[in-house]
Ligand binder design. Sequence first.
Ligand SMILES: [Zn+2]
Length: 380
Amino acid sequence: MNRITFGAGDGFHSLLRARVHAYFESTGLDRRDSVAMVVKSAVILGGFVLTYVLLVFEVTTWPGALALSACLGLAIAAIGFNIQHDGGHGAYSRHRWINKAAAITLDLLGGSSLIWAHKHNGLHHTFTNIPGHDDDINLGLIGRLSPHQPHRWWHRWQHLYLWPLYGMLPIKWQFFDDFADLAGRGRGDHSLPRLTPADWLVFVGGKVIFFSLAFALPLQRHSFAAVIGCYVVTAMVQGIVLSVVFQLAHCVEEADFPAAAASNAGMGPWANHQLATTVDFSRSNGLLSWLLGGLNFQVEHHLFPRICHVHYPQLSAIVEQTCRDCGVPFRSHPSFLAGVVSHYRWLRRMGQDPAAAGPRALPVLLPVLGEKEIALLPSR
Ligand SMILES: [Zn+2]
């Protein structure tokens, strides 16, 4: 696999960092350790516990159980967006143990904070949208998210079938991916590093607690069918919400999808790469920003992943102004819906067969292809 290194900075990133530093100096605000985050975490975790207790110990009807399962899926997604994500990046607190505690909420919910940190912090945040390096754009044979990934005939319908499949992702992580990644450690260019005894304890302990909460405890009070049904609804809601929010940041028409270049030539500075591959949405919606843990400000998150997300709205104005001053494109959708439509259109575009775009097909396809795809078409 090609080694990717980024070009030297051209002054944009250092100017941006200086302006953000000046913002925190002038306001006296802490980059992490925000009281607002502690309150928010308590509200979200309280909502999760309340929903789980009602679902397992109180509800007696199918409609009530399904509604609570959907609420539980939303609560889990909120924990992921707000608490686990900040903790995993070391953005929750200056204290390592607080970040660790926030990050391992993922282990209690069936994922692995260890594997997430490796793939998300190490690969996705460094090699955003580069196939073979960014695992977030790797859907295997099921989907094609980059023009540099191979096309399969069934991808022509991916803009329709991928949405429900997003809901299956938590089930795949919980039952397959984490164990496969663990089994494959030490192999390949981006495999997991060696695990310490503490890592093993968190991984195994997390799985035991998750399977106990999801299956063993509910099975003491409910039928097998009821437990499986509620688990599937919870996982589907969680998976669709998590996937769509993350896909809007990178897998949209406005984002770039660089190839894993044969040489380092052409790979620009890292900060410019983040701005080219990342898109904000709905920046003026305070409620959405609160619920999504600032993940509608993914540009700011990718540039400053170790700053707590409660500061992103203010940082966004600084980033946008600095982009304007330096002539760097800043990309944002005005609303959540605009981002969803753009993701749908990108899936449909990537589902088109590039090999079919010969001389006769080209005029038909031109309106739905961007410059990047047209450049990849076979020459006439
Ligand atoms: Zn992140």
